[in-house]
Design a protein around this ligand. Structure first.
Ligand SMILES: Cc1cc2nc3c(=O)[nH]c(=O)nc-3n(C[C@H](O)[C@H](O)[C@H](O)COP(=O)(O)OP(=O)(O)OC[C@H]3O[C@@H](n4cnc5c(N)ncnc54)[C@H](O)[C@@H]3O)c2cc1C
Length: 451
């Protein structure tokens, strides 16, 4: 590459600081072995535009990175230009119409901290340090998303730098096909989002958490109960089960049954989690905590201190399910029996999506969700665990209804992530907005493309 007309930091392969500029972006500390040719650390929209224009001139592919939290490290690609957007951090809140305009480098926790001052709310990701850029593009299963909708559903506009370097605004009325695509295309989006325009919500008066912990020997009983009661659980409750080799307070292999709840009052919240208080499996629990009021920030930070540890080599895979849990129980037992050490964990999530969503690329969700997160700390040998998540998900494919892009593992296991009809529309929009393939598509071999 000749020169980039930008004041952004430009670091080429082989130059001092290059390795740190690439690998330092990533939440998972695994080295993917891939390297771009050049990294541009942009500080504003103009630097983004000039980097994309220069890449177009030089015939280089462009990849984007906001918060670097892709489990698969989709943001680190081989060759081309890596555009690091983590410094685009503006947050403007308009309290007259409860909207916000943010940069893609804003972290989930930073946005939450900014809106809480106005008693407002956005369904941000569950961990503090997730980048809003990638989170909002892939769907965005945020706090209270069962009630308020996916993060992307609450995107009302985007400012996007296209493949030719032009800056456009996309919304329901301007470039509607680009807007439609950005709400769900995830790591295959074909433009650089430099600003997201968001709809904010009134903050719930009560936010709290109900927890029970069971030893892993009760896996089958607990899962049967959870699967059966799930459809009746209010959308104000994020009912989930985490299989954790070091479960909360018992410090042994167990299942944390967790129910964050957001309601108008403590008494309403207590009623909403009554299904746990009076559950038929409660007598099996090793620990039963009352509903405790808790700030979102505390929950986000605690999650990162106890489960989503940094300095860890992570890999993940996932699937949507519709069928009752019974035939899957032997597989869940195998998953538990082979579970790598803490902080590796398994998430079962009661989703039961609403009947309708706005028309957007995001189009795949089902009754329940299962994700495997393999997290290996320093010194833990990778060899026995490296394919744990992928192999178990492969074995469960007969029950899979496809995957979420949030926890995608497409490079290792191709799977369907939007409806067939939406894949066709996404391909058409990509051909229109990025005819020369300037932007990297999803990693790996995609499932057979519908015509
Ligand atoms: C600890 C942890 C907790 C998580 N919790 C949740 C959760 O609660 N809910 C949920 O839904 N997901 C969650 N995720 C998944 C996360 O939302 C996705 O991995 C998301 O892509 C991360 O966004 P990022 O900007 O940090 O990632 P990056 O790795 O920077 O981006 C991922 C990909 O998105 C694209 N992209 C990013 N920014 C832009 C941009 N500005 N313009 C165009 N394309 C862009 C690029 O293709 C990039 O490769 C979590 C991940 C981790 C590691």
């Amino acid at each position: 590459m000749k020169s980039i007309n930008t004041t952004g930091q430009v670091i080429r392969r082989g130059e001092p600081g290059f390795e740190e500029a690439v690998l330092g972006t990533s939440f998972t500390v695994r080295d993917p072995g891939r390297r771009p040719d050049i990294v541009v650390q942009a500080h504003d929209v103009f630097e983004v535009i000039s980097a994309v224009k220069q890449a177009a001139k030089d015939g280089m592919r462009v990849g984007m990175c906001s918060g670097g939290h892709s489990w698969a490290q989709n943001h680190i690609r081989d060759g081309g230009l890596m555009l690091d957007l983590s410094r685009l951090k503006g947050i403007e809140i308009n309290t007259s119409n409860n909207t916000a305009v943010i940069g893609p480098g804003v972290l989930a926790g930073e946005l939450n901290a900014a809106v809480v001052k106005h008693q407002l709310f956005f369904p941000v990701a569950h961990a503090y340090t997730v980048g809003m850029g990638g989170f909002l593009l892939q769907g965005g299963f945020g706090w209270n998303s069962r009630h308020l909708g996916m993060g992307c559903q609450n995107v009302i506009g985007l400012d996007v730098v296209l493949a030719d370097g032009s800056l456009v605004h996309a919304s329901e009325t301007e470039h509607p096909d680009l807007f439609w695509s950005a709400r769900g295309a995830g790591p295959g989006f074909f433009g650089v989002v430099v600003r997201f325009h968001l709809q904010l919500h009134k903050r719930a008066r009560f936010i709290g958490l109900k927890t029970q912990v069971f030893r892993i020997q009760h896996l089958e009983s607990v899962m049967r109960w959870a699967d059966q009661v799930g459809p009746q659980v209010s959308p104000l409750v994020e009912f989930q089960i985490v299989m954790n080799p070091k479960a909360l307070l018992i410090n042994a292999h167990g299942m944390e049954v967790i129910a964050p709840v957001m309601a108008d009052s403590w008494s309403e919240a207590r009623e909403l989690v009554d299904f746990m208080t009076h559950s038929p499996v409660r007598h099996l629990s090793s620990l039963h905590l009352p509903l405790v009021p808790m700030s979102l920030e505390f929950m986000m930070k605690t999650g990162e201190k106890t489960l989503f540890l940094s300095n860890t080599r992570w890999s993940a895979d996932n699937m949507w399910m519709n069928d009752p849990i019974e035939p899957l129980l032997p597989s869940l037992r195998k998953i538990a029996d082979s579970q790598p050490p803490h902080p590796s964990h398994v998430l079962w999530l009661n989703w039961n999506a609403p009947a309708n969503r706005p028309d957007m690329a995001f189009s795949q969700e089902h009754r329940t969700y299962l994700a495997l997160y393999c997290g290996l700390g320093k010194g833990v040998d990778e060899a026995p665990h490296v394919n744990w998540a992928t192999d178990h998900m492969k074995a469960l494919e007969p029950w899979s209804k496809g995957i979420q892009l949030a926890d995608e593992n497409l490079a290792k296991r191709p799977a369907k992530f939007v409806s067939d009809a939406n894949m066709v529309r996404l391909n058409q929009a990509r051909a229109k907005y990025d005819p020369q393939g300037r932007f990297h598509p999803w990693m790996g071999q995609l499932p057979a493309q519908p015509q």
